[in-house]
Design a protein around this ligand. Sequence first.
Ligand SMILES: *Cc1c(COP(=O)(O)O)cnc(C)c1O
Length: 392
Amino acid sequence: MVSDESTKIYLDYAASTPLDERVLAEMIPYFGETFGNASSTHRWGQKAEAAIETARARIAEILNCQPGEILFTSGGTESDNLALIGAALAAYTIRAAHHVLISPVEHPAIARSARWLAKHFGFDVELLPVNEYGLVAPEDLKARLRTDTALVSVVYANNEIGTINPIAELAAICNAANIPFHTDAVQAAAHLPIDLARLPVNLLSLGGHKLYGPKGIGVLFVRSGTTLASLMGGGGQEHGLRPGTSNTPLIVGLAEALTIAHHEIPRHSARTIPLRDQLLTQIPKKIPGTKVTGHPQQRLPNHASFVFESVDGNELLMVLDSHGLACSSGSACKTGNPEPSETLLALGLEPQWALGSLRVTLGRTTTQTHINTLLAVLPQAITASRQLERAP
Ligand SMILES: *Cc1c(COP(=O)(O)O)cnc(C)c1O
């Protein structure tokens, strides 16, 4: 008998990716014999420290920055929090700056942290405008910078709609005004080469599990000269900005995962772009009452997203799951939440459209057959969930 699992098709790589076997193999020794505390002086500690510094150097080489500019954190969320809150508090202490500019299409790790800064520290948090595709225009950023702007944060590639922002231009504007600029590159890093010698950002967040690495590990790039307040007290690890005993196996795994992802970017994109484009063109043709969300071209190579009129996104996901198809509605964190996504509302969509969202994200093992199956199942799944909507 064919196992049920073999018929399941995973199309939710923006929520998480499976751990690459090569990454797991690199990590295993550091769960076992090389268990020492990297801060210890003896040889057990020295071995762990050497592995961490090798990992840091590998990551710095790929991103084209200095090893000392790479901090390890517990993931994308912590990197975003440390960047936003750390830079805001430092700017407040140094120059009494209390204005924070973010886009309205940020991941909750930025959006909610900004609200936290407003609530507990009285920061004036302002949302930049975006167009119907979720893009921030450089002129709009320029017009809103103030002398008391503590920092600006704009997502590199959005998790819900896949749109890629003009980060180099946005960062250059902040650079010229001497205001720190952060970008959340957690989604972007798996698909776009990042060259920090050319990209004038001060701070950039990465996470392991969105690029076939382990969960619970991330990087914050902090350009030399950028001041952050530390948010935790503890040992002096990671320049005192991220104290706590270093997680050697996860750090080693992240370096390996990023190295593999970096080398596979051109091949991976060449394979997923035609599959993605089939979804973007065929789904609106097959299903009346459909809109593509996000930019038609300036988007992640593995990302297709839609809204359907008069559909409950969560119901649609359950219908698709019953056909063995795993997709997402907006961001994974929204599951069970009947509120329309803030990102989709920021694009100007009506709530009754925004509630019917679908995100399909492709990965290394996605095939044409998987896409054909989704294209065959989706029209009937939409019809089924529209009938559910109409039921009393
Ligand atoms: C997943 C994600 C995060 C959070 O990363 P974790 O490592 O899961 O904490 C932040 N930003 C974006 C854009 C993401 O997609």
